[in-house]
Design a protein around this ligand. Structure first.
Ligand code: SF4
Length: 454
């Protein structure tokens, strides 16, 4: 996942703006956070493991001065959760120094790491992007364009170099990036909700294959790569990852999730007394299900919001333990037939524990409804879903999954209904983890820690 942000605002406190924007992007990565600034062409970066408020305080922010800034919240998909992999990273190359933040995952990282000059200071796939730009002696625009043409896979990037802010998306546009304005000052962000928080106005999406550069002469853009012909905005962004108040290509995520719930109620009705979500990402679909089915909606499960998202914690042991700290059922579930709505099932361990928790609290029936189809294949583009072996639905029938999670009944939303709920055509989205049809070649070795040995 990861969240990225960039701003060029010579008369504002760019580090402080970035700090608050990162708050709005915290859901995209909780392992590390960082800000880099450019002052008269000199780059400074501060990054560390932890959440945004753990990494920065008043003193550290006021030391970050400049006209340009980028920020990053990290959730690792290549390279361990280590300080050296926190971003924005700084790479000193033969031609320039580059500060860079990356959202996505490259499928040709191994090949590119072999090609770029050593040493690299990190074990992520992101530093090769910075190295390609930093070692290229041509003007920045040409160097970034050339680097973009070498990347395969998912790369939504913000960067600073030569006193300029730049941002781009890969030719498929796997991960979102929007361009906004704070007054006249250009702002780039992973999601439109970050623009709202700092009071910037949404201008437009950065298009797949587009490079945007902001410097003394203004904001200009060029289509450095021809669009792939097959758009591949990640479908997971719609049903799980993006914040509900974000708009993806003009479609508010919350509304899309409500529609998913409505379609789910039509496709897989259940006789029940209450509909409850697994908060928070299941909530809009549960609202839609309850509305369409005419069954009362209940909070049912109370979430402790001060415990991190269990999906994001990298270790299975932490996930298992996390669930009991995270949810507690209300007494009103006792004796009731429940519909429990969630956005997805990947490993199944969280769902199994929640179903058990509800039966322990006295539920008479627990009907699980999922607002996406079964997740059956890994993601190579920036979401650490798990390997196929760990995915409960990869080699099981729906009935076998139902039995494993202990539910009274289980149903998934069809791919067609999910797609229609997003108001995007199939040709605009990546759905590979649901269909096994990947829009790029896939890497032979996709282990997250494959470069740790280097
Ligand atoms: S494989 Fe799945 S999670 Fe990965 S980009 Fe495609 S739709 Fe998103």
């Amino acid at each position: 996942m990861c969240g990225v942000f960039g701003v060029r605002a010579p008369h504002r406190d760019v580090a402080r703006l970035t700090y608050f924007a990162l708050y709005a992007l915290q859901h995209r990565g909780q392992e590390s956070a960082g800000i880099a600034v450019s002052e008269d062409g000199r780059l400074t970066a501060l990054r560390d493991l932890g959440l945004v408020p753990q990494v920065f305080d008043e003193g550290s922010l006021s030391g970050l001065r400049g006209e340009l800034a980028i920020g990053h919240t990290r959730y690792s998909t290549t390279g361990g959760n280590d300080w050296s992999n926190a971003q924005p990273l700084l790479h000193h190359g033969r031609a320039r120094t580059v500060a860079l933040g990356h959202n996505g995952n490259l499928v040709n990282a191994e090949q590119l790491r072999d090609e770029v000059a050593k040493p690299l200071g990190s074990t992520s796939d992101s530093e090769v992007i910075a190295a390609l730009i930093a070692d290229d002696g041509r003007p920045l625009e040409d160097a970034v364009s050339a680097a973009m043409s070498r990347l395969e896979g998912a790369a939504t990037v913000v960067g600073l170099a030569d006193g300029k802010l730049f941002g781009f998306r890969d030719a498929h546009g796997f991960r979102p990036l929007v361009l906004g304005r704070l007054g006249d000052d250009p702002v780039l962000a992973s999601e439109s909700c970050a623009l709202d928080l700092i009071g910037a106005k949404f201008e437009r999406e950065v298009e797949p294959g587009e490079l945007v550069i902001a410097d003394d002469e203004g904001t200009h853009s060029l289509h450095a790569l021809a669009p792939s012909g097959h758009g591949a905005l990640c479908l997971f962004e719609f049903f799980y990852l993006a914040r509900p108040d974000t708009k993806l290509n003009g479609v508010e995520v919350h509304g899309a999730r409500v529609r998913m719930g409505e379609r789910l109620a039509a496709e897989a009705p259940a006789d029940a007394d209450l509909v409850l979500p697994i908060p928070d990402s299941g909530t809009p679909a549960a609202i839609g299900f309850a509305r369409a089915a005419g069954i009362p909606f209940s909070e049912g499960l109370i979430k402790n919001r001060y415990v991190g998202r269990t999906f994001i914690q990298p270790e299975q042991g932490m996930r298992e333990q996390g669930i009991r700290m995270k949810f507690n059922p209300l007494a009103e579930v006792e004796g009731k037939r429940l519909v429990v709505v969630d956005d997805s099932i990947v490993r199944g361990s969280t769902t199994r524990q929640i179903v058990q928790m509800l039966f322990d609290a006295g539920a008479a029936e627990v009907h699980v409804r999922i607002s996406s189809p079964p997740v059956v294949s890994p993601c190579y583009y920036g979401i650490d879903l798990a390997s196929e072996d760990e995915m409960i639905a990869a080699h099981s029938t729906v009935e076998e999954v139902r039995e494993a999670i202990g539910a009274t009944s289980l149903a998934y939303l069809s791919l067609e209904a999910l797609q229609e709920s997003t108001q995007h055509p199939p040709s605009a989205l990546c759905r590979a983890c649901l269909t096994r049809e990947y829009p790029t070649r896939t890497p032979a070795d996709a282990r997250k820690l494959r470069f740790e040995k280097v």
